[in-house]
Design a protein around this ligand. Structure first.
Ligand SMILES: *[C@@H]1O[C@H](CO)[C@@H](O)[C@H](O)[C@H]1NC(C)=O
Ligand SMILES: *[C@@H]1O[C@H](CO)[C@@H](O)[C@H](O)[C@H]1NC(C)=O
Length: 396
């Protein structure tokens, strides 16, 4: 059966042909391993020939699926490990999502799951990665395209980053060797490095915040262009490793928060202004807004297209600690399958408020199977799914 979404994607894919970049001959050396000057800089990465695909393991706050690392970026380091940045002021695009919607919808969808900003603002994270690093990849320069139209190269940058990321399933590699997220177990640097080297073929740079594992840098050399060349794993150049040799923590994502309220608050306040108040019961009428974006509609679903949020009514319980929610559709309930719904025949569930977010059973993180797009109404769950979200109250 062909789903509506599949049809839309197929027609977009056909309608969104991106200008072709110049084709490259096969007899070029890999970047950073040429012995003579290579003239054609549309087919050879220089000076940024040491290309890194970097990944995050974010737990404070958590981002992305709990069983996958996420993308940080695709970076062109120089052959000695130094690097250039912000190479073209005219290509610091501020509409990456819109560009990819037109030119690389599948890539965008993958990014919405696997390329996550810890502050919930994926668009500005992607703008930063492209503006700082993507503009320094010389084979993506406008002159390397036939009939170049502005932003043609953006799809190539993100599509390459995503396809390279797909070849580096860090979580699965580590898990297969018994290195799994744990709040109690610790691991040695050698154990982690051995697993990564066995799969990648070369060492990766392993990075920690204190003793908590949070980032990996995989290095490559490229024969041909970023957009269509062949990538070969290589040993890291330069330094960057920051983990201790023993006692490395690989923390689970979305662990039940114990003292994370402060972290979450300080993080979100830099992007969206989330009203805060006293923990306890909410009361009166308000909008239920969603982080990373969007709002809740009257059915109890998450909606991200433009429009007016539904008015929710919060009614405190007699103990003043919990409250119920209802909309024009009826009371809001967490159903047996852990999904949230508001409808006339339902029995209102009890919710809490931690001073910033709406909680259920003391947890402020809710989930959806994917980020709803277009007119989709995302079903919100309390059990773990691919996408995490939080809900906050905007009093009316
Ligand atoms: C490799 O090619 C680049 C680009 O032309 C050039 O700058 C660099 O000097 C070359 N390296 C060697 C060892 O010739
Ligand atoms: C994105 O911004 C660029 C530069 O401002 C512009 O040329 C391009 O048309 C925009 N693309 C979309 C899809 O909005």
């Amino acid at each position: 059966m062909l789903s509506k979404i599949a049809l839309v994607e197929a027609s977009l894919a056909i309608g969104s042909a991106v200008a072709a970049s110049v084709s490259c001959t096969a007899d070029l050396p890999f970047s950073c391993s040429n012995t003579t000057v290579v003239e054609d800089l549309c087919c050879f990465n220089a000076p940024g020939g040491d290309v890194l695909l970097t990944q995050f393991w974010d737990t404070a706050p958590s981002t992305g699926p709990s069983d996958s690392w996420t993308v940080h970026g695709l970076w062109p380091d120089n052959c000695d490990g130094s690097y250039e940045q912000y190479c073209d002021q005219n290509r610091q695009y501020t509409n990456i999502t819109a560009i990819l919607q037109e030119k690389a919808l599948c890539t965008l969808k993958t990014m919405q799951t696997y390329w996550k900003d810890y502050m919930g603002d994926d668009e500005s994270f992607w703008e930063h990665e492209y503006g700082k690093h993507g503009t320094c990849m010389n084979t993506l320069n406008p002159e390397c395209y036939d009939n170049y139209q502005p932003t043609d190269e953006v799809a190539d940058y993100f599509t390459r980053a995503v396809s390279l990321f797909r070849t580096l399933p860090t979580y699965d590699w580590l898990a297969a060797a018994g290195i799994v997220p744990s709040s109690t177990q610790t691991y040695t640097l050698a154990a982690i490095q051995n697993v990564l080297t066995a799969h990648h073929g070369h060492n990766a740079i392993i990075r920690c915040s204190g003793s908590t594992l949070n980032e990996l840098w995989y290095h490559f050399q490229v024969k041909g262009s970023i957009q269509s060349g062949t990538f070969k794993a290589v040993d890291p150049v330069g330094s960057g490793a920051t983990c201790p040799s023993t006692g490395i923590k690989y923390l689970p994502k979305y662990a039940t928060p114990t003292t994370t309220t402060t972290t979450t608050k300080s993080v979100t306040s830099t992007t969206t202004s989330v009203p805060t108040g006293t923990a306890g019961a909410l009361s009166g009428k308000g909008y239920v807004k969603v982080l990373p974006d969007g709002f809740m509609i009257s059915t109890g679903n998450w909606y991200r297209a433009s429009g007016t949020p539904a008015t929710y009514t919060a009614t405190p319980n007699s103990d003043g600690q919990a409250f119920t929610l209802k909309t024009s559709k009826g009371p809001c309930q967490l159903l047996a399958d852990a999904s949230l719904s508001c409808a006339a025949d339902l029995t209102a569930s009890n919710f809490g408020y931690d001073g910033t977010y709406i909680t259920y059973n003391s947890a402020a993180t809710f989930y959806a199977a994917s980020t709803p797009s277009g007119q989709d109404k995302g079903v919100v769950f309390t059990t773990q799914q691919a996408v995490a979200l939080q809900m906050y109250w905007q009093p009316l």
